[in-house]
Design a protein around this ligand. Structure first.
Ligand code: UDX
Ligand code: ADP
Length: 443
């Protein structure tokens, strides 16, 4: 029986290993983490991360061939294949601060693997790392190896938050990079055999180590470029009366361009061009600078590190807004902690973020969207949960201050329907004219 151990029970390691265990009943998969509360949560009914479908997968194989343990060294020592899926946050100090990845966790994991190993192992890089990390890791392993043979593979993860299980079940491709030596090729084949349980052979791409490492970074860069382009286009739409959904549909029909990642959301745009947000917030600020305004804000899923909602909330707090926040998944203490934090600290996983959160007085967290919107002047929708599509907006409107605004950063609401109720609706990438026409004169 092949034994797999994954170091790091996070957003990548947890779901990926659960799917491997489900699809390969004859492989024993143990996910280990030094952070015990995370392991306790993985072994409970309340998993530490939320992804649609994940609960089911874990329930089907936990205790059979899927285990979560804090006994890191024991399970690493017993494994044939060790995945390393530890956090690689952006450095906050030293050379490359704010830009380079902090590989401290990776390095200490590698030293531990070398220390405890008594048999040959395949070590798989899962975390997103700079190109040539494998070379550095290989050095650490071989210089401390006590005669043991380590083969390093790069097997980057391409899953997207919110669709992780779907992406893992049906990946566009699986990428495996390894050394071009006979031992390297044997290691590639061993990992290929794992994925071959459910991924068609033509979707498993095998390359050299550096191509695999670079492909992950290149894919992220291309996606970011596309998102930036479409979000820049949304600003043009707002100014010209074009509708970003219509433009995206029209250009996405070109087979050279394709339809995916052409939607406009309050992602990079609100972060990269905060003046976009300022424009949205202008009316609220001018109108109620003294009293502040109450808003409904939300972030997406359990991993709040990159959510644009934080930047938007922090901006509004700076302008003395009073925020009433509802999120279907993120607990109150995490919301308070994230909002009191600097961007560089947000890159860290929740439990490693500093506990400097004196509760921000302007922020309250509530249990449902109706409660959050009560007495508010405006609603900001910054997440894509389906429940925001089906809320009773008439009821919400009746309980809000007038004029009642909706800022839809995800294009989830039915603009016309909401306008009929009486809302002044601003949706990202949609013509501004209608909104401006409706807007009461600002002093
Ligand atoms: C991404 C990659 O997809 C994943 O492979 C990588 O490992 C981590 O980063 P994720 O963080 O879930 O995953 O974000 P993604 O869904 O790609 O979106 C990033 C941001 O861009 C979000 O804020 C989103 O709102 C925005 N976005 C996305 C758009 O503005 N338009 C789009 O069409 C897609
Ligand atoms: P990702 O988003 O890449 O999955 P996360 O930050 O969600 O990253 O998860 C990484 C996990 O790795 C954290 O839970 C952290 O405690 C764990 N970790 C970091 N270093 C080690 C280590 N040396 N041994 C075991 N677990 C580790």
């Amino acid at each position: 029986m092949v034994k797999i151990c994954c170091i790091g029970a996070g957003y990548v390691g947890g779901p990926t290993m659960a799917v491997i265990a489900l699809k390969c009943p004859k492989i024993e998969v143990v996910v280990v983490d030094i952070f015990e509360p995370r392991i306790i949560a993985w072994n409970s009914d309340q998993l530490p991360i939320y992804e649609p479908g994940l609960d089911d997968v874990v329930k089907q194989c936990r205790g059979k061939n899927l285990f979560f343990s804090k006994d890191v060294e024991k399970h690493v020592a017993e494994a044939d294949i060790v995945f390393v899926s530890v956090n690689t946050p952006t450095k906050t100090q030293g050379l490359g601060a704010g830009k380079a990845a902090d590989l401290t966790y990776w390095e200490s994991a590698a030293r531990m693997i070398a220390d405890v190993s008594k048999s040959d192992k395949i070590v798989v890089e899962k975390s997103t790392v700079p190109v040539k990390t494998a070379e550095a890791i290989e050095k650490i392993l071989t210089h401390n190896s006590k005669g043991i043979n380590f083969q390093i593979l790069s097997n980057p993860e391409f899953l997207a938050e919110g669709t992780a299980i779907q992406d893992l079940f049906n990946p566009d491709r699986v990428l495996i990079g390894g050394r071009e030596t006979p031992e390297g090729q044997k290691a590639i084949q061993a990992l290929k055999d794992v994925y071959a349980h459910w991924v068609p052979a033509e979707r498993i791409i095998c390359t050299n180590l550096w191509s695999a490492e670079l492909s992950k970074l290149a894919a992220n860069a291309f996606l970011a470029q596309r998102i930036s382009s479409v979000n820049a286009m949304s600003a043009l739409c707002e100014a010209t009366g074009a509708d970003v959904s219509e433009v995206s549909h029209a250009i996405g029909k070109d087979t050279r361009i394709g339809p995916k990642v052409l939607e406009c959301k309050c992602g990079f745009w609100w972060i990269v061009f905060p003046e976009g947000y300022l424009e949205l917030g202008l009316y609220l600020r001018v109108q109620w600078p003294q009293r502040g305004c109450k808003l409904l804000e939300t972030g997406r899923a359990g991993d709040t590190r990159e959510t644009p909602a934080i930047g938007v909330c922090q901006g509004l707090l700076g302008d003395k807004a009073i925020l009433s926040i509802y999120d279907p998944q993120v607990p109150q203490e995490l919301i308070q902690r994230d909002l009191s934090m600097h961007k560089s600290e947000l890159d860290k996983p929740p439990h490693l973020r500093p506990v400097n959160s004196v509760a921000i007085e302007q922020v309250t967290c509530v249990g449902d969207a109706y409660e959050a919107a009560k007495g508010a002047h405006g609603i900001c929708i910054l997440t894509e949960w389906d429940e925001f599509k089906t809320l009773d907006y008439k009821k919400i409107y009746n309980n809000m201050n007038k004029p009642a605004f909706v800022f839809d950063g995800r294009n989830v609401v039915d603009i016309e329907k909401l306008r009929q109720i009486g809302f002044i609706v601003y949706s990202i990438g949609k013509p501004l004219d209608a909104w401006l026409k409706d807007m009461p004169a600002v002093a």
